[in-house]
Design a protein around this ligand. Structure first.
Ligand SMILES: NC(=O)c1ccc[n+]([C@@H]2O[C@H](COP(=O)([O-])OP(=O)(O)OC[C@H]3O[C@@H](n4cnc5c(N)ncnc54)[C@H](OP(=O)(O)O)[C@@H]3O)[C@@H](O)[C@H]2O)c1
Length: 258
């Protein structure tokens, strides 16, 4: 080692309070455990209370601190209440991982209005209300924060096999990421997104059930493992990415054509 000033690659999130939505399964469950392992106090949100309780216990067993917050992200009042509860129990939320999401899994012309509302409500309106709710409190308290929106490679590429509205919402998440980043840059709130390719999760298991295992079409012939998103998440929530805001980082193992 020399005395040359290398970047701060410390992932220590001690003192930070994180909220991870969609923490009962898949990527969100992993994100919550990763942030807790890095030292953040983590509020885990989702509709399935038993799953939340299990996760809180697992994080505690690993020496971390977590709080279960039962939340349906399509419910605006419940979002306000959840944000208030987390702040009261753990402190001001300084990291939001806007992860809860749902597929449409239907051809566009066959979707009911109810399904359209569910997909828009879960994948776009909910994340918007959560980001602005967290951002509002950070601005009021003049504190810095990090928002990580979970987008998808579906924002850039669609196969035409029934994910048109999902792709639309993820494209909007990318634009929301860029727009909020500019609006809040002066407030020291960084807003970025991760666009995963195909990773193992409940959502992916559902897709495999519908269309079969297509991982052999990928150059590396494998599914992503949620753990392979850890480093990107920690990068976006730690000092190393101080100057990075309004960016969508693709993490897809080279799966999709560009
Ligand atoms: N897996 C992939 O390959 C992949 C690729 C690209 C993008 N993504 C994105 O990554 C995120 C996580 O996906 P995943 O694959 O991990 O899916 P998953 O295994 O199906 O998990 C989805 C999570 O979202 C929560 N959720 C769904 N609707 C909700 C609602 N109305 N209110 C609150 N929570 C809700 C679920 O919790 P409850 O059911 O308990 O509420 C669950 O914890 C999503 O935004 C997805 O679009 C995933």
């Amino acid at each position: 080692m020399t005395s040359f000033p290398l970047p701060n690659l410390n992932y220590d999130l001690t003192g930070e309070v994180a909220l991870v939505t969609g923490a009962t399964a898949g990527l969100g469950r992993r994100f919550a455990k990763t942030l807790a392992a890095a030292g953040a106090r983590v509020a885990v949100a989702g509709r399935r209370a038993e799953r939340l309780a299990e996760l809180v216990d697992e994080i505690a067993a690993d020496g971390g601190t977590a709080l279960a917050v039962q939340l349906d992200v399509t419910d605006a009042e419940a979002i306000s209440a959840a944000l208030a509860t987390v702040e009261q129990e753990l402190g001001l939320i300084t990291i939001l991982v806007n992860n809860a999401g749902t597929p449409d899994a239907k051809r566009a012309h066959k979707m009911s209005v109810e399904l359209v509302d569910t997909v828009l409500g879960t994948n776009l309106r909910g994340p918007w209300l959560l980001a602005t709710g967290v951002g509002r409190r950070l601005i009021e308290e003049e504190r810095a924060g990090r928002i990580v929106n979970i987008s998808s490679m579906g924002a850039f590429y669609t196969s035409g096999s029934g994910a048109a509205l999902y792709a639309t919402t993820k494209g909007a998440i990318n634009r929301m990421t860029e727009a909020l980043a500019v609006e809040w840059a002066s407030r020291n709130i960084n807003v970025n997104a991760i666009a995963p390719g195909s990773f193992r999760s409940e959502m992916m298991d559902g897709m495999i059930e519908r269309v079969g295992d297509f991982s052999d079409t990928f150059p590396r012939k494998r599914w992503g493992d949620p753990a392979q998103l850890d480093s990107t998440l920690l990068y976006l929530t730690s000092p190393a990415s101080d100057c990075v805001t309004g960016t969508v980082i693709k993490v897809d193992d080279g799966q999709l054509p560009r």
